[in-house]
Design a protein around this ligand. Structure first.
Ligand code: NAP
Length: 300
């Protein structure tokens, strides 16, 4: 917890709609306290029409930074003065830095770094690997760009709306995007089992909603043993996909790894310190009330 708020306390926040469920305040305030920074991190929920006003206000009040979540990740493009290469490649900003001295606003995307770090922590070696991404939304785009940059051999992308995959393939053309193969349907997906080293679920399938609970992003009959499984969903932490992966002996990277790692890279942009993430991953895990009957562990 922040102990001594005074007139020098710096203000940071996550902005989005909705944002009440966000773990960012818990994670960032943990980092702030871990490193004894005189800062506080809050959450602000407002409508899209108020986005420009919120930025103007934050600038005038001397805010240090924002995390940006749905549905503003693309909208902030027109507001920032500068964009880092990751944010412009994936068309999405999740971190804002206000530069009070030069009076400008920079946009970054730390999802990408958080994604790569989560894989590196589990010793995934990228070169020559074949990956399968399920989904074609914002997080899928970050993963695809990250994998292209890390020189994987091939990326299959499967999405219920096929057209979106072709658009993604086109958008990454200049980054050696011919390594991306769009998977047309379940028949084609079925045939990939033996070829895939890493499967990443970038859809909400498996989330704790009645419709999704029973769903799995890959065919049930697949044997996940020996593969790497990356689950973006973190509520619940142990989705049906993760349960299957545990049973069959896969290496698992869960949504909390990604959530905390991308937050750590945001903190680094604001404070120039890379915080330790191990303990806060456990705290978030406990917070999600994931405790019972499980052999699931946050650590390697
Ligand atoms: P997004 O941009 O809205 O994309 C959602 C994707 O999921 C789309 O490809 C969509 O397919 C697909 N989808 C949605 N409902 C589906 C269903 N019933 N069956 C099959 N596919 C379905 O969302 P996003 O930002 O990429 O996020 C995706 C998931 O990852 C969310 O659950 C989000 O909470 C999670 N996430 C976690 C982290 C983390 O830090 N752990 C970070 C980012 C995202 P269509 O194209 O057909 O609509």
């Amino acid at each position: 917890m922040v102990k001594n708020i005074d007139s020098n306390t710096e203000v940071l926040a996550v902005i989005g709609d909705p944002v009440k469920h966000s773990f960012s305040p818990k994670i960032q305030n943990y980092f702030i306290s871990q490193h004894g920074k005189n800062a506080v991190y809050l959450a602000f929920e407002f409508r899209k029409k108020d986005l420009d006003g919120a930025f103007e206000g934050a600038k005038k009040l001397g805010f240090k930074g924002f995390n940006v979540t749905m549905p503003f990740k693309e909208d902030v493009f027109s507001i920032v003065d500068k964009l880092d290469s990751n944010a412009s490649a994936v068309n999405s900003v999740n971190t804002i830095k206000f530069d009070k001295i030069n009076n400008n606003v920079s946009g970054f995307n730390t999802d990408l770094d958080g994604f790569i770090k989560s894989l590196e922590e589990k010793d995934f070696s990228f070169k020559g690997k074949t990956c399968l991404i399920i989904g074609a939304g914002g997080s899928a785009k970050s993963c695809i760009y990250g994998l292209l940059k890390k020189n994987v051999k091939k990326i299959y992308v499967f999405n219920r709306t096929y057209k979106k995959v072709s658009l993604i393939k086109r958008s990454f053309k200049e980054f050696d995007g011919n390594r991306i193969t769009a998977v047309k349907d379940f028949t084609d997906l079925n045939m990939l089992e033996g070829e895939i080293d890493l499967i990443i679920n970038c859809t909400p399938q498996g989330m704790d909603l009645d419709d999704f609970k029973k769903l799995m992003p890959v065919p049930k009959k697949w044997d996940l043993g020996g593969k790497y499984i990356f689950e973006m969903v973190y509520k619940p932490v142990e989705t049906k996909f993760v349960k299957k992966a545990i049973r069959e002996g896969a290496v698992i990277i869960n949504g909390i790894d990604m959530l905390v790692n991308q937050a750590a890279f945001s903190f680094k942009l604001w404070f120039d310190i890379m915080p330790d993430t191990e303990k806060i991953k456990e705290i978030v895990l406990e917070d999600i009330h994931y405790k019972q009957n499980s052999n699931f562990k946050v650590k390697k």
